[in-house]
Design a protein around this ligand. Structure first.
Ligand code: SF4
Ligand code: SF4
Ligand code: SF4
Length: 275
């Protein structure tokens, strides 16, 4: 890639986020949106710039910049529940504010463009799990992905029950749900990672958000494809993929295609630059 092109992509990404930032700032008359989306857009653009300059830890830097900001600043300081329970909560109250906008951009409409980029670059749960030792999963995939539908339904029933039972002080309950929910996610994620020798086991089997992410990312505009003329079928890309994607198959229905988190490990490791 030419030096000029190495700056065009991050700039384009920055402009997309800046347009969202300015639009929401002006339509919602709230300066927070300008700050929030400018910060996230700048972090992601910086990550792309570093990646295009072959910096090994580019993705991890974005994960930390965005993940910590969301967990600590938005979640713990601003009291904004960005977990799925928070999404249901704001949806039931009819408030189209930070958490619902976050879901709309990152997890419902955004994946039509950038697939599961959220999972690779912004999720604060995976931000911690990616530090564990099993970056390349050992062993085969387990057939327990149905658990995600149970956690998804449980989160919906939990929030619906709070409303149906007219429980008071919901703001406070949502804060504690965020705190306790995150602690449970981290504990479960770490235990599963060691049990299955797979850092991303939580993402593959438990995470309720994948109920949104997987079907929508099927249609993703941005996806990794393989140049069959260059590929020598060495299998390296499949070995390094944390999500077990059959990335040499270019069809949308490829094995674990909706699991791709755009981490670029396959691209970085392909000896023939076929991806
Ligand atoms: S699957 Fe869930 S836990 Fe894993 S990165 Fe995506 S949103 Fe985060
Ligand atoms: S790593 Fe590259 S060359 Fe090897 S199988 Fe994958 S795409 Fe083909
Ligand atoms: S290694 Fe490649 S195919 Fe696997 S998740 Fe990362 S980008 Fe997607």
């Amino acid at each position: 890639m030419s030096n000029k092109k190495k700056y065009i992509l991050p700039l384009a990404m920055w402009l997309i986020f800046e347009s969202i930032a300015v639009t929401l700032w002006l339509t919602k008359d709230n300066l927070f949106y300008l700050f929030n989306f400018s910060y996230i857009g700048t972090s992601i653009s910086l990550g792309i710039l570093l990646f295009l300059h072959d910096y090994k830890y580019a993705r991890r830097i974005v994960q930390l910049l965005v993940g910590l900001y969301m967990l600590i600043y938005l979640g713990l300081i601003c009291n904004e529940n960005m977990q799925i329970e928070g999404f249901w909560y704001y949806l039931f109250t009819g408030v189209f504010e930070a958490a619902t906008i976050h879901y709309a951009v990152a997890k419902i409409f955004g994946p039509l463009i950038f697939g599961r980029g959220w999972c690779g670059y912004a999720c604060w749960t995976a931000m911690v799990l990616d530090f564990l030792p099993y970056k390349e999963p050992k062993g085969s995939r387990k057939k327990i992905g149905f658990i995600r539908y149970i956690t998804f339904t449980a989160s919906l029933i939990f929030v619906a029950a709070l409303f149906l039972c007219h429980v008071g002080n919901l703001e406070q309950i949502m804060f504690w749900t965020f705190l306790i929910g995150n602690i449970l996610y981290y504990i479960t994620g770490i235990v599963l990672a060691f049990l299955f020798q797979d850092n991303r086991a939580f993402c593959k089997y438990i995470c309720p958000i994948t109920v949104f992410l997987k079907p929508i990312s099927y249609f993703s505009l941005i996806r990794i494809t393989c140049d069959k003329d260059k590929c020598i079928s060495c299998g390296k890309c499949k070995r390094v993929c944390p999500m077990d994607v059959d990335v040499t198959d270019n069809s949308r229905g490829r094995v674990n295609g909706t699991e791709c988190i755009l981490c670029m490990e396959c691209v970085r490791n392909c000896p023939k630059k076929a991806l």
